[in-house]
Ligand binder design. Structure first.
Ligand code: NAD
Ligand code: IPM
Ligand code: MN
Length: 358
């Protein structure tokens, strides 16, 4: 991004630990953008559970237009103790991902020096889950009949379309090419032969046609789950549908130090829409309000936000500062430290390398 420019960020703190981790991470993210000569201008959007309880809706009716006026969205988490979790997620996160057509959910898992991980000594973990983010098991199509009777029946229809598979596959191939890594397709086409059968066909056709230089393999998702735990170093880019990608990204989290360490980007390569950047974790009601949540997944989501918006120096500075905070032990209890959420965020901010004005 051109120096002297501003980056307009919509900030949605959300519920539970969302406001705590965003408050701790945001100053470091804003400071880091100075490394690219960019000033971050934030607009606070009070969307989430409290607003839903107050007004009946978590977001205003023109929410999509409001966020489209920004370059990016930084989000904490959704999930309020007084609201049904399904109502919560269908009131904010899913409408934004789907409504903006943010079809690619990128969830990197990287091991950090100094953090415990289940990986064997000396094994380097660095893989990226590329998750389809608009359809699959998250189509929202379904219903119930014979409610409350012994014959009650429910459907939850998974939708897999050729264009959606093709665009997410192209995104995954491009990442595999750039990272110089193997692409592993996670499906369950041995059972779901219609939907995941289409995935296998479309991904292998696209590979042969446009990415003959990228090594591609298929791994049924059940076997892949074992492999992720036993040999995480054998994975590079993992391409998965919506539900498998959700599960696999949480499964991989311990290799990065846990759910408090894994960031994500919801983006739409080729479409002119703001990306939506959020930690992989949720609102963590068990620790909300205690000031102990780890803000580093949000800091690292901020690094993804900066990198996607032409601020690579700021992104790198944040990652360097996170490594330094870990080295100095200025981390929260989930990582074995004693820092509060605010202190951990402040430690990252203080560890940012000095910005060189471009
Ligand atoms: P969760 O990710 O909120 O918590 C799982 C466990 O990880 C908890 O023990 C929690 O304390 C711990 N944890 C999570 N983030 C942490 C952090 N930053 N630092 C330290 N520990 C952390 O998942 P859950 O308990 O299954 O879900 C709680 C609520 O969050 C539900 O309502 C769910 O729907 C929602 N949720 C929202 C999102 C989102 O907003 N994107 C993501 C996942 C879950
Ligand atoms: C995540 C969450 C969401 C998902 C929920 C909150 C809709 O688990 O971001 O991983 O399933 O995608
Ligand atoms: Mn999840």
């Amino acid at each position: 991004m051109e120096a002297g420019r501003t980056l307009r960020v919509a900030v949605i703190r959300g519920d539970g630990i969302g406001p705590e981790v965003v408050a701790a991470a945001l100053p470091a993210i804003c400071d880091a953008a100075a490394h690219d000569g960019v000033a971050v201008v934030c607009e606070e959007l009070d969307w989430g559970g409290e607003r839903l309880l107050r007004t009946g809706a978590a977001m205003p009716p023109d929410a999509l237009d409001l966020v489209r006026a920004h370059d990016a969205i930084l989000f904490g988490a959704i999930g309020h103790p007084q609201i049904d979790p399904a109502e919560s997620v269908w009131s904010l996160v899913l409408p934004l991902r789907k409504g903006l057509e943010l079809y690619a959910n990128l969830r990197p898992v990287v091991g950090w020096d100094g953090l415990w991980s289940p990986a064997r000594e000396g094994v380097e973990v660095d893989f990226l889950v590329v998750r389809e983010n608009t359809e699959g098991e998250y189509s929202g199509i379904g219903g119930r009949a014979h409610a409350g009777t012994p014959l009650e029946v429910a459907t939850e229809v998974a939708v897999h379309s050729r264009p959606a598979i093709e665009r997410i596959a192209r995104c995954a191939f491009l990442h595999a090419r750039e990272r110089g890594q193997l692409l592993t397709l996670a499906t369950k086409s041995n059972v779901n032969r219609h939907g995941y059968g289409l995935w296998d066909e479309v991904v292998f056709e696209l590979g042969a046609r446009e990415f003959p230089d990228v090594a591609l393999e298929k791994n049924y998702v059940d076997a892949l789950a074992t492999r992720m735990v036993a040999r995480p170093e054998s994975l590079g880019v993992v391409l998965a549908g919506n539900l498998f990608g959700d599960i696999l990204s949480d499964l991989g989290a311990p290799f990065a130090g846990g759910l408090g360490m894994v960031p994500s980007a919801n983006v739409a390569p080729g479409l002119d829409v703001p990306g939506f950047f959020e930690p992989v974790h949720g609102s963590a009601p068990d620790i909300a309000g205690k000031g102990v949540a780890n803000p580093l997944a949000t800091v690292l989501s901020g690094a993804m936000l900066l990198r996607e918006n032409g601020c690579p120096a700021g992104a790198g500075a944040l990652e360097t500062a996170v490594a330094a905070a870990i080295r100095d032990g200025a981390v929260t209890a989930d990582l074995g430290g004693r820092a509060t959420t605010a202190e951990a965020g402040e430690a990252v901010r203080a560890a940012l390398p000095a910005a060189v004005t471009p």
